[in-house]
Design a protein around this ligand. Structure first.
Ligand code: WT7
Length: 656
């Protein structure tokens, strides 16, 4: 994306600046940054009051790098903050979840009072199965309300959930169960995707062959399929949960009690069990949800369109929204379950006010065409969010115009599994926005962009994003591997948290994320981000999605190889492929610079993506460099890479 084009947009649409109508009623006020900066730790202590404490903390931060303790002498129960407090304070009749099934017409309304009863019943059932404080429990579930009941019931008992995304294989599930020694599994017989029932329990059965210490499996019946059954180990949810008492006296736990483990991929093959603790995590999940999404619990209908199996689902479907007591939409299906207009049907039906999703999904919706959302009344929306990868300015603009009616602020939220909650994002009504920029650190958070030597870069420069002060929801480590925690995050720049992302500060000092640093290319000594080239390619009208990798090259060090999918409706469909490839190369050269011209462009019907929707650039780099392919188990469709490797072999390499 050329800066000139972004500038032109900014000229044309001053609404990127905080609109007065929005500012007047926004939760955050301009002074919030200064207030927090005066004494960030004290500011966070204030924010901790959003959480319900049985014993209010008197301590704030104890910091001995890399180990942080926040609010350590406070005592609380996470599920009380999410559920009991709302019932206790008279909000029990408010809807917590409008759950929408994959199949049209199937839905369920769950009030806070009902959520309380379901969580208590589930907690009582877990006690009957032998669950105790500190136990680890794997949750391997589709997007159904029982997944939330299970998570909250587990933490209510002081046990620790490890939610494993339902799309993972039996092997992946087994390695996660073993790594943190889970003794229990909560699952379902199957899940629905685009109307079809897909089994889930067989993967659990397969995984448990290598996990002899799992003593009980709790199974929700979601489909009509038959399942294998291990007597004594397996228990139907409807047999054991439904007959339990609908009340349960919660115990109080110290603030640093582990709350959950979430596995995430690192640079090695073995996933890291990132763990979070209670008081600090809840404080920041609740605070960021309140300010970044500007929530109005009485009137908002919030939709975080993410899966519970990822950190976004933990922080912004479960903990953050529930502590704020908002009404949410929880959706089981895919964006095109029942048709490509499904999302817009849901938004117009429930009058959703806030939508939070990932750039990859926005680009898919874009590919399907703006005519689809145009057929629906989306005027209830007042705020849009994005997360997961840098958003290309075209997708940002499309989202703003076609979904947000050029009216809704967009919050581009940067964070990670490890950070637990959002660290960088504009604040709606206060911070100006720019298409593609995360803008700045939130109040109470300190980040910097540093060079190789760890020195802060100035404006108009790029480098590595680091976090320079501890924050409440920071991970407390990698489960069972403190050395890896230290070496991965705290050794690269002494005293600072190394996020692994490249970033730049623009002329005004605003923050742009450039993708993982391992995706930064060096072409003839020029530093170029894969994202920049992708943005350029996606800016061409024929391109739907692009993934760019730096492949080693004898003359230039690295050279750019781009994998591109075309838009279905593009009028270039009939064009000669070689001509289109040349046009795309020239386009990149004209948007960024001739240095950025891809050496090779491979047109492919699909890109290899992880089940969380991230493009697997590592695999594409392997393909581009003719290496044998590594671990492909986290891909949605492992055959895609082989197909692309085949295309590589037949595609000509440009000479100039
Ligand atoms: C990585 C973390 C945070 C929940 C989902 C992903 C990338 C995340 C943004 C953003 C640019 C982003 C970073 C980060 N990322 N949000 N708004 N702009 N990049 O969690 O799987 O732990 O991945 O996602 O590269 O390091 P995750």
């Amino acid at each position: 994306m050329s800066e000139a084009k972004i500038e032109a947009w900014l000229e044309e649409d001053r609404e990127f600046a905080p609109s007065e109508a929005f500012s007047a009623q926004a939760n955050a006020q301009p002074s919030i940054y200064d207030e927090a900066a005066k004494d960030p730790v004290a500011w966070w202590r204030e924010q901790a009051n959003r959480v319900t404490w049985d014993v209010a903390p008197t301590s704030t931060l104890e910091w001995e790098l890399p180990n942080a303790k926040w609010f350590a002498d406070g005592m609380l129960n996470a599920s009380v903050s999410c559920v009991d407090v709302h019932v206790r304070e008279g909000r029990g009749d408010r809807v917590a979840f409008n759950w929408v099934a994959d199949a049209e017409g199937e839905s369920r309304v769950i009030t806070y009072h009902e959520l309380y009863r379901e969580v208590c019943r589930t907690a009582n059932a877990l006690i009957e199965l032998g669950v105790k404080k500190g136990d680890r429990i794997a949750v391997y579930m589709p997007m159904i309300p029982e997944a939330v009941f299970a998570m909250l019931a587990i933490v209510r008992l002081g046990a620790i959930h490890s939610v494993v995304f339902g799309g993972f294989s039996a092997d992946a599930l087994a390695s996660r169960i073993l790594d943190s020694d889970c003794r229990f599994v909560v699952t379902a017989d199957g899940a629905f995707r685009r109307g079809a029932a897909t089994p889930l329990k067989p993967a659990v059965d397969e995984a448990l062959k290598s996990c002899p210490d799992v003593s009980a499996v709790l199974v929700v019946k979601r489909t009509d399929g038959a399942v294998d059954w291990v007597e004594g180990r397996d228990h139907w949810w409807h047999d054991i949960v439904e007959r339990q008492s609908a009340s349960h006296e919660p115990e109080s736990f110290p603030a640093e009690t582990p709350l959950f483990i979430m596995y995430t991929s690192g640079t090695t093959a073995k996933p890291k069990g990132i763990f979070h603790t209670t008081g600090g995590y809840l404080t920041q999940a609740a605070t960021t949800y309140y300010y970044v999404f500007d929530v109005k619990p009485e009137t908002d209908v919030c939709w975080t369109a993410a899966d519970i199996g990822w950190i976004t689902g933990h922080s912004y479907i479960v903990y953050g929204p529930l502590i704020n007591g908002v009404t949410q939409i929880m959706y089981e299906g895919l964006p095109d379950s029942g048709g490509r207009d499904r999302w817009w049907k849901i938004i117009s039906h429930y009058k959703a006010t806030i939508l939070y999703t990932a750039p990859t999904t926005i680009r898919t919706l874009m590919k399907w065409g703006h005519q689809i959302p145009e057929g629906y009344d989306l005027s209830s929306l007042r705020l849009l969010g994005t997360v997961g990868e840098p958003i290309n300015p075209e997708a940002w603009m499309w989202y703003r115009k076609n979904i947000g009616g050029s009216r809704c602020p967009i919050v581009d939220t940067w964070w990670q599994t490890e950070t637990g909650a959002i660290l960088c994002s504009p604040l709606p009504g206060i911070t100006a926005t720019k298409p593609g920029a995360a803008m700045r650190a939130l109040p109470g958070i300190s980040v910097a962009v540093v060079d190789d030597a760890g020195n802060e870069v100035g404006n108009n420069s790029g480098g590595y994003l680091v976090v320079t002060a501890p924050w409440p929801s920071m991970t407390r480590g990698i489960w069972g591997d403190p050395d890896r925690f230290m070496s991965t995050y705290w050794a690269r720049f002494p005293g600072k948290y190394f996020a692994g992302d490249g970033a730049k500060l623009d002329a005004e000092g605003d923050l742009w994320l450039l993708g993982r640093v391992d995706d930064v290319m060096n072409i003839s000594g020029h530093r170029l981000s894969t994202t920049e080239v992708e943005h350029a390619l996606v800016g061409h009208h024929a391109v739907a999605e692009a993934a760019v990798v730096g492949a080693s090259d004898d003359t230039t060090g690295q050279a750019i190889v781009a994998f591109v999918t075309l838009k279905l409706s593009a009028d270039d469909a009939d064009k000669d492929q070689a001509a289109l490839i040349e046009e795309l190369r020239a386009h990149v050269a004209s948007v960024i610079s001739p240095i950025a011209k891809p050496r090779q462009i491979i047109l492919t019907p699909e890109l290899p993506k992880t089940r969380s929707g991230k493009i697997m650039r590592r695999l594409l780099r392997d393909v581009a460099e003719n290496r044998s392919l590594g671990d492909v188990t986290t891909l949605t469709d492992p055959t895609v890479v082989n197909m692309i490797a085949g295309l590589m072999d037949t595609s000509a390499t440009a000479e100039d």
